[in-house]
Ligand binder design. Structure first.
Ligand code: 5AD
Ligand code: SF4
Length: 438
């Protein structure tokens, strides 16, 4: 029996898919890359932007014909999209061949649901059950990296964002459970741990024993293994001085901070309910650079939020130049039903959004290129992460600051730390060669 999982969206979903795979493997299924001949197909969905959602509905629709010829195939839809208001009815009506619909916080029902589906019984349930996800067997797929959840959900309600509605309120895992998971992963040989949360900086707010994110980093930083610790995502309003100090203190904790700014205009930030100003944000960047001089700072930026003027957008471009991000994920604002920004006045036309995203990408490209130029000829420690599938015998990995580097070496090196000298910079990607005997 074979399973195939379509994963859409963020790292949180990638990791949820590892849990889904774990459940399916415990039921005797094995992975296949041939979706249409799989016995069970899972859509682990995302709804952060409309484009993602439309694509997913298209992909689910493709299975209608396939399932007609293969009636025993089990089709599962889970994740953020199914958790949206009205989505359950829409999927049931338009895609009646779907056997199981689950949400974001009841994956613990998957096992029983699959067993029932094998007997042709359907299960649709998107209730929020704030269950504790401690006992999931996880079929990990990203060696040498391992994802570790630290908190779930979000309390911030940025006015454009659907996440708080589909992922629920913040829930932190107990510190000792996280620490035990990290230790056993390091024992198993994982070389990079990435802590995951919608807002890692608010880790512990809902716990009783004074746990904080800085404390958690401090505990993990002290573990005596050769490994890298990364984390995402940090909300600028909650990134504390203590966290920056701990990152600066421990060599195991990467000098790489993902700090979504969203906009460079204080007025737009206010209407986004981000709760910081352009000045607060730039001060934070200054503090990070003062304490961690070689930090790689990355960000998320959105263009075309309702009411964004040309001047607001120019402020964003100016901030991008000042912040000197090593890279940025740039998005066109997408109207999400149920969020406050959906009904704000002065929605921006698609033509203007397109124009702004093109200019933003060009601007960030320039910044990335400038940083890349300074890296040529320098040596960096790189963790060999996996093959670059476009080139023979070429692997890729990242510097501690998070920059992707390609270099020649064979697959047996995956999971090892090597020293790479940068030789060439092509826009965002760096090319280098391994320096032996270092
Ligand atoms: N439209 C466009 N981008 C969005 N993001 C979140 N909601 C939206 C939306 N409605 C972006 C933000 C966030 C990233 C994960 O996705 O930049 O940081
Ligand atoms: Fe969405 Fe804002 Fe929460 Fe991030 S912090 S998940 S952008 S509401």
């Amino acid at each position: 029996m074979k399973y195939f999982i379509h994963t859409y969206g963020c790292q949180m979903n990638i990791h949820d898919s590892e849990k889904i795979a774990g459940v399916l493997e415990s039921l005797g299924y094995t992975a296949t890359s041939a979706r249409d001949s799989a016995d069970i197909v899972v859509f682990n969905t995302c709804c952060i932007r409309e484009t993602a959602e439309q694509k997913i509905y298209g992909h689910i629709g493709e299975l209608k014909k396939i399932k007609r010829n293969k009636p025993d195939m089990i089709v599962v839809v889970c994740g953020c999209m199914s958790q949206q208001d009205g989505a359950l009815d829409k999927i049931k009506e338009s895609y009646p061949f779907v056997d199981i619909i689950l949400g974001t916080s009841n994956l613990n029902m998957l096992r029983d649901a699959v067993v029932a589906a094998q007997q042709k019984k359907r299960l649709y349930n998107v209730d929020f059950i704030n269950y504790c996800e401690e006992d999931f067997y996880q079929a990990r797929t990203s060696f040498p990296n391992a994802w570790v959840n630290i908190n779930y959900g979000c309390n911030n309600f940025c006015t454009y964002c659907i996440v708080p509605y589909v992922r629920g309120r913040e829930r932190s895992r107990p510190l000792k459970n996280i620490l035990n998971e990290v230790k056993s992963l390091l024992e198993e040989g994982y070389k990079e741990i990435t802590l995951l949360g919608q807002n890692v900086n608010s880790y512990g707010h809902d716990l009783q024993n004074g746990e904080t994110f800085a404390l958690l980093l401090n505990e993990i930083g002290q573990l005596n293994y050769k490994f890298r610790l990364r984390f995402m995502t940090s909300h600028p309003k909650d990134l504390s001085k203590e966290v920056i100090d701990v990152v600066a203190k421990y060599p195991n904790i990467c000098n790489n901070i993902h700090l979504p700014v969203q906009s460079g205009s204080t007025e737009i930030l206010r209407r986004m309910n981000r709760r910081y100003t352009r000045e607060n944000y730039l001060d934070l960047i200054k503090m990070i650079r003062a304490k961690i001089p070689d930090a790689g700072i990355t960000t998320d930026i959105m263009v075309g939020f309702p009411g964004e003027t040309e001047q607001d957008f120019l402020d964003t471009l100016d901030l991008v130049r000042q912040a000197k991000y090593s890279s940025a994920f740039c998005f066109i604002y997408s109207r999400r039903k149920g969020t406050p920004a959906y009904s704000m006045e002065n929605q921006i036309t698609y033509a203007v959004k397109r124009d702004r995203i093109t200019r933003l990408l060009a601007c960030q490209n320039e910044v990335t290129k400038e940083i890349s130029q300074t890296m040529i000829g320098q040596r960096y420690e790189v963790l060999v992460e996996g093959p670059n599938t476009h080139y023979v015998n070429t692997m890729c990995g990242r510097t501690e600051s998070g920059r992707l580097v390609n270099f020649k070496c064979d697959e047996s090196m995956i999971g090892q730390f090597v020293t790479v000298e940068i030789e060439l910079a092509k826009s965002a990607t760096l090319w280098g060669k391994i320096i032996l005997g270092d």
